[in-house]
Design a protein around this ligand. Structure first.
Ligand SMILES: NC(=O)c1ccc[n+]([C@@H]2O[C@H](COP(=O)([O-])OP(=O)(O)OC[C@H]3O[C@@H](n4cnc5c(N)ncnc54)[C@H](O)[C@@H]3O)[C@@H](O)[C@H]2O)c1
Length: 333
């Protein structure tokens, strides 16, 4: 493998530039950018003063023409599956933005393509790289837990949904708050507490009727194989943006009190609470992208297996699809 990894990005909208900056910060070569809207790729090239980066509006042409080691997929949700499968068939390594995809059929096809490929597949669930996420996971592994809840209360109005034709549509976004905004919190919930076996959920849209076809609010109760419950509430009809929270009732009463802005362990209740950063705008994405991207590249260089692979990325998608299937009845994930 050449000294620098050759990286290309499809999708130069809101999140593509975060990936591009992280690629450069990691010291790799950004060989090509692709966006259906050429002005977005051009603007990003100019902003980052990229002299040699080639620009494309047709992603397959980019894959045909450029020698690429790693492809970053930063496009709307419905395009992830086709792009992942095509790149893996070419034995490229792929970093796909969340969600990995939007249906069971797509999941099966991606996982099959991953198995056949010599490339590595990674899913961008960067909140696992926040220090306090790891602290909560370690604590729960050490002490055990009896139950947990997670909440995401954010505000996304008409302007947000009108900022991209794919947003708020079943065909392109695949769903609403569960598959888009809350998927990181669902992923952390299962990462910390284990993948649940069943879910009973309600998904509905109250505040943007006629504006979006997808849900703005979800309530769910997940249950683990050994009968532990995980409550979940997410809405984009929030009064304001609040920090997403995961609270875990630990199986112990003997832990020291510790508190900082984002992480608190209460002595009396023997529960631990993680609050993710949510300071508005792009800060809700946290700071994990660069850490995840560097870690993925390290694994590619060493030829070792990256832990957030297709099956790991599939877990939060299965939780979301279970929520959508449930309709108030318990379903198996
Ligand atoms: N990990 C995170 O915290 C995080 C944060 C924001 C967005 N995302 C994810 O990133 C992805 C993109 O979201 P966004 O907010 O940047 O969307 P966006 O609409 O701002 O950008 C998507 C870009 O893809 C381009 N595009 C669409 N179809 C294309 C095609 N066929 N070929 C090439 N380019 C095409 C669009 O023109 C647009 O510029 C989504 O999966 C989203 O959920 C992740």
């Amino acid at each position: 493998m050449a000294e620098k990894l050759k990286v290309a990005i499809i999708g130069c909208g809101a999140i593509g530039p975060i990936h591009a900056s992280a690629v450069l910060a990691a010291g790799e070569e950004l060989v090509a950018l692709c966006d259906l809207l050429p002005e977005r790729a051009e603007a990003l090239k100019e902003k980052l003063a990229l002299e040699h980066t080639k620009l494309y509006s047709d992603w397959k042409k980019m894959l045909d023409k450029e020698k690429i080691d790693v492809l970053h997929i930063c496009t709307p949700h419905d395009l992830h599956a086709e792009m992942c499968i095509e790149a893996l068939a070419r034995d490229l390594s792929v970093l796909c933005e969340k969600p990995l995809c939007i249906s069971y059929e797509q999941l099966d096809a991606i996982l099959a393509a991953e198995k056949k490929s010599r490339g590595h597949l990674a899913v961008c669930l960067q909140n696992r790289y926040e220090v306090n996420s790891g602290k909560l996971k370690a604590l729960v592994e050490e002490k055990g837990f009896d139950g947990a809840y997670a909440t995401v209360v954010w505000n996304r109005g008409v302007d947000y949904y009108r900022s991209g034709a794919w947003r708020g549509t079943k065909a392109h976004e695949g769903g609403g708050v569960a598959i888009n905004q809350a998927i990181h919190t669902l992923d952390l919930l299962q990462w910390v507490c284990g993948m649940p076996k069943t879910v009973l959920a309600h998904a509905f849209n109250d505040h943007l009727k006629g504006e979006i076809e997808v849900e703005d609010t979800v309530t769910a109760v997940f249950e683990t194989a050994d009968g532990k419950k995980l409550n979940f509430f997410a809405t984009t009809a929030g009064a304001k943006d609040f920090p997403p929270e995961i609270s875990v009732r630990l199986s112990t009463k003997e832990i020291a009190l510790c508190q900082n802005d984002l992480f608190a362990i209460g002595l009396s209740s023997a529960s631990a609470t993680l609050r993710q950063p949510t300071l508005g705008g792009k800060l809700v994405w946290g700071k994990g992208h660069e850490a995840l991207i560097r870690d993925f590249y390290d694994h590619i260089r060493m030829g070792s297996h990256f832990p957030i692979d297709g099956e790991e990325g599939a877990k939060s998608v299965r939780m979301v699809l279970g929520i959508y299937r449930s309709g108030g009845e318990p379903v198996t994930l």
